[in-house]
Design a protein around this ligand. Sequence first.
Ligand SMILES: Cc1cc2nc3c(=O)[nH]c(=O)nc-3n(C[C@H](O)[C@H](O)[C@H](O)COP(=O)(O)OP(=O)(O)OC[C@H]3O[C@@H](n4cnc5c(N)ncnc54)[C@H](O)[C@@H]3O)c2cc1C
Ligand code: SF4
Ligand code: SF4
Length: 833
Amino acid sequence: MSSAANAAPKSRTAAWLDRLTPRRVRESLQAILETADGDSRRPALRRGTESSVPGLHVIGDLAGAPVIKLAMAQGVEVIDYLSSLPEMREPASAGRDAELLDVLVVGAGASGLNAALAAKERGWRCVVLEKERIANTIDQFPEGKWVYAEPDTVPAKGKLWLDGAQKEEMVRRWQQIVRDNALDVRTEQPLTRLAKERGVFVATTPKGTLKAKKIVLATGQRGNPRKLGVAGEGLGHVYHRLYSPRKYQGESLLVVGGGNSAIEAALTLAGKNQVVLSYRGGEFARVFKDNQKKLDAAIAAKRIDVVFNSEVQEFRAGEATLTVDRGGHREERVVATDHAFVLVGAELPVAFLKGLGIRLENEWEGKPRRALALAVAALFGCLWLGQAFDAPARFEFFGLSWLAATLGLGDGSGVAFGFIPWWGGLALLLGAVGGLVRTGVKGDRWSWLSLSFLVWYAIYGIKYGKGDEFWPFKGWGYAALSFPFFDLVGGKWQLVERPWSFWYTVLYTVLMTVFGLRAIKRWGLDRKDRFQVWRYTSLLAFQWILFFLIPEFLFQWAVQYEAVGKELASDPQFAEQGWRTYGLVYAWPLFFFTFFYSPHQIWVVWGVLLTCVVIPLLVLFQGKRYCSWICGCGGLAETFGDRWRHLAPKGKSSIKWEVMGLWLLIAAFVVTLLMLARDGFRLGSLVLGGGDYDFWNDKAEFGLRLYRVVADVWLIGILPVTLYPFLGGKVWCRYWCPLAKLMQYVSKFWTRIGWSRFRIVSNDKCIACGECSRNCQVGIPVMQYALKQDVLDNETSSCIGCGICVTVCPMDTLSFSRDEHGKAKLLPVLPSR
Ligand SMILES: Cc1cc2nc3c(=O)[nH]c(=O)nc-3n(C[C@H](O)[C@H](O)[C@H](O)COP(=O)(O)OP(=O)(O)OC[C@H]3O[C@@H](n4cnc5c(N)ncnc54)[C@H](O)[C@@H]3O)c2cc1C
Ligand code: SF4
Ligand code: SF4
């Protein structure tokens, strides 16, 4: 018996410790961060869809154009962009090198052919390399498949023909266009290698090399079938596509997969063959409603034998072995297999792209320890700088004060930096930040994470409070960032000292406005989508009026000029608490301060009404649209965080983590109870006398302070905004916001009893492009709902009704506006979708 077999099983603690080794920590962190874009991963692109390899531009499916029309448009746009570059002004034909191309297009699909046609129109030398044949992807659609020319609202760009047609017709027309325009398309010549020599690309194919000034990569991602990676998969009778189903008659066929292509293949083949359909899941989750119906009928008629929870172990001549999981017990099954079709989807050709030197989105490359060291150095630079403000900027950490005293550098109470000029701190800060930027530009993502953390830690750490700021800003940060600003005092505009919290609100509002206007352009104006124009306008209006102008100016003016009535204006309990106006829109528990610290009764009454009546009614009609139309926290995520929305964590485990919102809701509830108990006892002791007040006061203040630091600073402020560029904008709203969780439960309740008016429905046009899921900031697998035409509501998802999935869908599959009878409009007061 081996010693390993003799070894006692590891205790849970030991297993935990094992897991906590730095490699494991890093790997698990990486796993969370990389679920961000999951299956919809793409090359990281800059302006003009240029990849991380200068001069190599990516278009079409690979660059996020989900349908033919949009892929075609990118083909034209990339050539327009290239023609604006100085190095492309003089065509290659004017130079001495007779072999040099202006552009080498890789991939003869919709985007590549259109780009080549546009290049040809400009008189450029252009060659198209094609791995198989012209319009390969479309050619491989099932026989007679109807190809849609969506979206209807967008006109087709370029010389390639596009209209709704059968795939055969489309391929025939495209081949004709290639001939008519004498395009140099080299079929069966895949690009295998790319190098750059003296500023010119050298592309290698099995038949030779080509030189080009620019490369346009249009290889799509559907043409790269996912493999199982099992023994025998390379045998001649195992295919990853179904070309001509009519060829197979009276044979034993194995189809592997659980998506629409696998099911459609099984259904097509089942008529004249024995078909086994093997799927690793326990049910089909991403299947068109129509396919599901046909499949159910085929199973009932015993035309298809579906083996759920099964995985292929090995393919051999004439048979295949499956492992079937029957509730934890695994057994083997051998199935007769004259031919096998492995149809488990396509995947990004990562190895191919990496081989070309292209960096992908969200790659966690770099050195986390170096990034951490530079961040710490930057913080020490700040600490050192603090002395310029005559503040207690002292080394109070890690016993260094003791060490410094031993070295004779201080008195042991901490090292003031008097012995080194303040600009030494500035140099350290700038050096560390410069180091982070330099390594970040070179592709170290950990550096960007550190930099992002530094910025938001400083902003929120300083905002925490005068004298209460986070290290190393303690005692000086708040003062250093407080400046005067104009205000109307006694009828005159005067410069008035404004604290950092005011400037923080200014910064917040400016960020939201700048990026909100960009988002209006991106989602509203460019796509002619009124819904998104209204939504972003609403977010900006709420931010400007209710979260900036009222608390910072209008409330004080209303008090000054007695617009609130003489009585209220002279009541200090009301007049001196302008900050409570945040409670006009922020309901409990997002802003539970409405109920604490001797509020005027107006605020208490409104707070109860808002939380118990207004919010539930809003949720009844609009679901959780509060998060995407009203709230300032969601507002920053939807505007400043918009460009990173596709990075929201996806997948089942990311959804499970949403339970954290419940913990915060419970914490907010407990703190509220403590505070109310404290206030109750104060009232009691005032009236009756007694000692319980101190006890409750200590508990309540401790709870509140803890909640403030954990929730109001770290979870609302520092962490989510730091993570915007890495996990999208909705980390707080999705994972931690107690109000969002409360609304989720209310909405679920309304949905269960059938009263909710909020839902997203789908028609049958989904082409599984994944754009809806990719762009959902709260990580909902929208495509799965669309494929099955299931209703998406708040019983099954945490949808916040932003409508971006509806807006991005190129096939107009999704909509808010129909009820289950397909008639009633959901939102009479809002523009319909
Ligand atoms: C099942 C299904 C149904 C669809 N239905 C529709 C629809 O009805 N309407 C619609 O508008 N869109 C539809 N689409 C989407 C549409 O097919 C794509 O949006 C479109 O084909 C993308 O064009 P492209 O030029 O980016 O890539 P592709 O059309 O995929 O072209 C890429 C080309 O590059 C070639 N290639 C790959 N690697 C290399 C290499 N190394 N060297 C050289 N060449 C290479 C490939 O062989 C291929 O010819 C559907 C997609 C699928 C999968
Ligand atoms: S499912 Fe659609 S509407 Fe709902 S949050 Fe996601 S993108 Fe927004
Ligand atoms: S519903 Fe989603 S996956 Fe389907 S076509 Fe629309 S965006 Fe693409």
